[in-house]
Design a protein around this ligand. Structure first.
Ligand code: ASP
Length: 317
């Protein structure tokens, strides 16, 4: 088993072998989560604090459940109500929490790089639950696990990531992971929603959905991130749906057994047709949510093992 990380800040620093280690362990947690007892003591005696400076439904619930199923003491900080509102800086808050001896800090923050900065100030393991447009590593890992279980492999697949790439940390983490695992990645969307310097990512870019989806194995749709836009990116939601919304007609260009994914929350009728999203023969959106809990259990378990090992050797600072 190879996993040498002290934190999980992004996909970028991970070696493919470390990605496989997380996914293999997550497979065992899927089985545990489907059993009547759903409990292990991998994190027994440990304290996990969730700090979400941005709204979250799925990710926060998933991390909370993951920690509880592994026997940790889990605390959710209500960041909206905390001292942050009174002007305390991120670092001061982190140092205050650090003094309470948490073992795992799960952090979501609207600014890219904020979680990394925080990880340098505390002496526990930090997990990035999404920082600005930068990374959302557990989302990419849960997507990878979903793909691997549905397709039987995680290499040499044709994968289309569609829609609002520019504002999406989900897209960025997925591109990094799927590239490391040697897949062929297509980015499909309007030029206004493509990040600059995209050619460095080793991807093919399409602005036509039908061309972009032709013969792909996986169709990954992204939410149109209106909160990160300041106007002018799309003519109208209706026009966007017409050109880039995933409906049965456009999906027919993909392989017959292509799976449909979406990280949530969905804008039905904007980037995806509700019927496609609910079609259990094509959509794996509910599986993604299930895999999310297992992947977060695996990631926290592995980080906790490294934390204990480092503690035993006296090298953890
Ligand atoms: N839930 C994902 C994120 O936090 C995707 C999204 O919000 O569209 O980035």
């Amino acid at each position: 088993m190879t996993f040498r990380q002290k934190h999980l800040l992004g996909i970028e620093p991970l070696h493919p072998e470390e990605i496989r280690t997380i996914l293999d362990l997550a497979d065992t947690y899927v089985d545990l989560n489907r059993s009547p007892t759903k409990h292990s003591d991998a994190l027994a005696g440990m304290t996990q604090i969730n700090m979400f400076f941005e709204n979250s439904t799925r990710t926060q619930a998933s991390f909370e459940l993951a920690g509880k199923r592994l026997g940790a003491d889990v605390m959710n900080m209500a960041m909206q109500a905390s001292s942050i509102k009174k002007g305390e800086t991120l670092i001061d808050t982190a140092l205050t929490l650090n003094a309470m001896h948490p073992d795992l800090l799960v952090v979501r923050h609207p600014h890219s790089g904020a979680v990394d900065l925080l990880s340098q100030k505390v002496n526990c393991a930090v997990l990035n639950a999404g920082d600005g447009r930068h990374e959302h590593p557990t989302q990419a890992l849960l997507d990878a696990l979903t793909i691997r279980r549905a397709k039987g492999r995680l290499h040499r697949l044709n994968i289309a990531i569609c829609g609002d790439i520019a504002h999406s940390r989900v897209a960025r983490s997925n591109i990094l992971l799927l590239h490391k695992m040697e897949n062929r990645i297509r980015l499909v969307g309007p030029p206004t929603l493509m990040p600059s310097g995209i050619s460095h990512f080793g991807v093919e870019v399409y602005d036509d959905m039908r061309e972009g989806l032709k013969d792909v194995d996986v169709v990954m749709m992204l939410r149109l991130q209106k909160e990160r836009m300041d106007g002018g990116f799309i003519p109208s939601e209706r026009e966007y749906y017409h050109r880039y919304g995933l409906d049965a007609e456009k999906l027919a260009y993909a392989k017959d057994d292509a799976i449909v994914m979406h990280p949530g929350p969905m804008n039905r009728g904007v980037e995806i047709d509700g019927e496609i999203a609910d079609d259990i023969n094509r959509s794996v959106i509910q599986e993604q949510v299930e895999m999310g809990v297992a992947v977060r259990m695996a990631a926290m378990d592995l980080l906790a093992r490294n934390l204990r090992d480092a503690g035993d050797k006296g090298v953890w600072v």
